[in-house]
Design a protein. Sequence first.
Length: 223
Amino acid sequence: MRKLIDLTLPLYTGAPIWSPEPKTVIADYFTIGRNYGAVEQMNMKVLYMAGHAGTHCDAPKHLRTGRPSLDEVPLERYVGRASVVHLPHKGFGDPWIMVADLAHLAGKLGEGSRLLVHTGWDRFWEQDNSTYFDQQKAPKLHLETLAWLRDRKVGLIGVDMPSVNALLDQHATVFDAEMPPTIIELLTNLGQLPEEVELICLPLKIREGDGSPVRAVAIVEEG
């Protein structure tokens, strides 16, 4: 028996964002029955948001000019078996996720593999926006860890923090490869996952896109 676990944060007007990003606005454009000269026959919302708002995908182009955009990354990156590591103690005074924290997965983290990192930091997303997006307090993959995953040709890295590493000069390091890993950020509910799941997290097909919302879902076998 299969169970679907939603790993996606909701999108709505005023959803928490990094302070420099444009505010997310989701508003009614058409509403059934409204009359502005003619009675409207449909509901339709208009969405205004950054490509990196909510649960989203970073294409390599996000931080490296000339690197692959969303529409150039193979679809296989976004669908398939994923390893899950649980590190709920990370954050605040101990934010760094080191190679040693992932070393037990070395046999599974090869070319094209997928890794989901659970820290539980998503608990602050709506509860305490300033803590959630705090560059110093938030858990983050150490520069050496990013390089280790990149050099192992890991295909996808997903995290329940606002960034794999909120320090952008270090974050960009993971994209320095012939085909860099895809990054999925602002995931949620990773604490409900076993050590391996089937993952689906497809982005929109935005031409030359650097980021896109995803609907991330884990498929867990039960019984």
